[in-house]
Design a protein. Structure first.
Length: 117
């Protein structure tokens, strides 16, 4: 599985961005799909996840009501729609596909999001 994120950039507080993650490889729908982020000096944290069974997504408390994770199985894409961005959302955002029962976890290279006035 190969993942490529895009859509990061600079945005003012209160603005919006949509991150995309293009996945290549088989069995796309069998993976749990998630977005994580890592700010300078901090550990990588889970932002949002949608499980392989397509159940209700889960979000970090810090982004609930502002971020939405979604996927398009036909195009093998995972998205993170981010709204009402705050300075503390500044980080490198990473896409992850995981198949826990097989011990698989695949990461993209990350995309930088900077929220600044």
């Amino acid at each position: 599985v190969h993942l490529v994120e895009s859509g990061g950039g600079f945005v003012q507080p209160g603005g919006s961005l949509r991150l995309s993650c293009a996945a290549s490889g088989p069995f796309f729908t069998w993976y749990d799909m998630s977005w994580h982020r890592q700010a300078p000096g901090l550990e990588r944290e889970l932002v949002a996840i949608i499980s392989s069974d397509g159940g209700s997504p889960e979000y970090a408390d810090s982004v609930k009501g502002r971020f939405t994770i979604s996927r398009n199985t036909a195009s093998q894409m995972v998205f993170l729609q981010m709204a009402n961005l705050k300075a503390e959302d500044t980080a490198v955002y990473y896409c992850n596909l995981a198949w826990p029962s097989r011990g698989e976890s695949h990461w993209g290279h990350g995309t930088q999001v900077t929220v600044t006035s």
